[in-house]
Design a protein around this ligand. Structure first.
Ligand code: 13P
Length: 257
C-alpha cells in the first residue's frame, strides 16, 4: 500500500452466507472488536436481506455497508432484482460488481459496465472485480485478460469517475481454494492494473485508484500481501465471516506504514 496517495480498504464479501439474525450477532461482536485507529477504511458487503440488520447494529461506527450486486436499470419489471437507488436508500456505500462467481452465472462485461454507471450515478462506490482462470494464467494471458475486462468495464468513463472506483484483482484459482496468490504474483497484476489506468487516463488517476487483492486472503497472509506497493487492501470472503479474523486483518492493514 502507499498511504501517501491512497487510503487502504479492507472489505468483506459474505457471498451467500449468514441470515439477518446471524448478521446482528456478528455485527455486535465486530463493534466490540473494532480498533479505534482510523488507519484504514472498513466495509462489509453482504446479502441484501442482511443490510438493515447490519446498518442498525453498526450505527455510529465507521464500518460501511455494501451490496454484492445490483441491477443496472433504475426501476421496473425486473422480478427479483435490486436497484442502485434502493441500495442507497438502505444506506449502502459500496457495491461489488463483476465478481467471478456472478460472471460464472452469466454476467457479461457489458452488464458490469452498465451496473457500474448505475452505481456511480447513485453516488456509491463500485468495487469492480477482475481476475483470470488457472488455465489463462498457465497459458500466459493473465495481463491481456485483465486489461480486456477493465477496458470493457471502464469504457467511456472519464478520469473523475475512475478516481471514485475501487478495483479488485481476484484470481479465480485463488478464490475459496486456500491457494493464495504469492505477494509477487498479486503485486505484478495490481501494478499492471495501475499501469493500464495510467495509459488509459493519466498518472494522477492511476495514483488515486484503490486496488484490492482478493483470493484466500486471511489474517495470516494479509501482511505480506498488503506490504506490496500496489495492493491497497483486500476483498475477503471466507475470513470475513469470522469477526475476529476480519478485525485482525484490519489491525494488520492499520499497522502498515
Ligand atoms: P475467499 O477469501 O473466500 O477466497 O473469497 C475471495 C472473494 O471471492 C472475495 O470476493
Amino acid at each position: 500500500m502507499n498511504r501517501k496517495y491512497r487510503r487502504p480498504l479492507i472489505a468483506g464479501n459474505w457471498k451467500m452466507n449468514k441470515t439477518p439474525s446471524e448478521t446482528r450477532a456478528y455485527m455486535t461482536r465486530l463493534r466490540e472488536l473494532l480498533p479505534k485507529g482510523r488507519g484504514c477504511d472498513v466495509a462489509i458487503c453482504l446479502p441484501a436481506v442482511c443490510i438493515p440488520a447490519a446498518v442498525r447494529t453498526l450505527r455510529e461506527t465507521r464500518v460501511c455497508i455494501g451490496a454484492e450486486n445490483c441491477n443496472a436499470n433504475p426501476a421496473g419489471a425486473y422480478t427479483g432484482e435490486i436497484s442502485a437507488s434502493m441500495l442507497v436508500d438502505a444506506s449502502c456505500k459500496y457495491v461489488i460488481l463483476g465478481h467471478s462467481e456472478r460472471r460464472a452465472m452469466g454476467e457479461t462485461d457489458r452488464d458490469v459496465r452498465n451496473k457500474l454507471q448505475a452505481v456511480l450515478d447513485a453516488g456509491m462506490t463500485p468495487i469492480v472485480c477482475c481476475g483470470e482462470s488457472l488455465e489463462q494464467r498457465e497459458v500466459g494471458v493473465t495481463e491481456e485478460w485483465i486489461s480486456m475486462q477493465l477496458k470493457y468495464a471502464l469504457q467511456g468513463l472519464d478520469d473523475r469517475s475512475v478516481r471514485k472506483l475501487v478495483i479488485a484483482y481476484e484470481p479465480i484459482w485463488a478464490i475459496g481454494t486456500g491457494r493464495t496468490a504469492t505477494p509477487e504474483q498479486a503485486e505484478a497484476v495490481c501494478a499492471h492494473i495501475r499501469t493500464l489506468i495510467r495509459k488509459l487516463y493519466d498518472a494522477r488517476t492511476a495514483r488515486a485508484t484503490v486496488i484490492l487483492y482478493g483470493g484466500s486472503m486471511n489474517e495470516k497472509n494479509a501482511r505480506e500481501l498488503l506490504m506490496q506497493p500496489d495492493i491497497d487492501g483486500g476483498l475477503i470472503g471466507g475470513a470475513s465471516l469470522v469477526p475476529e479474523k476480519l478485525i485482525q486483518i484490519v489491525e494488520t492493514a492499520t499497522a502498515i506504514e
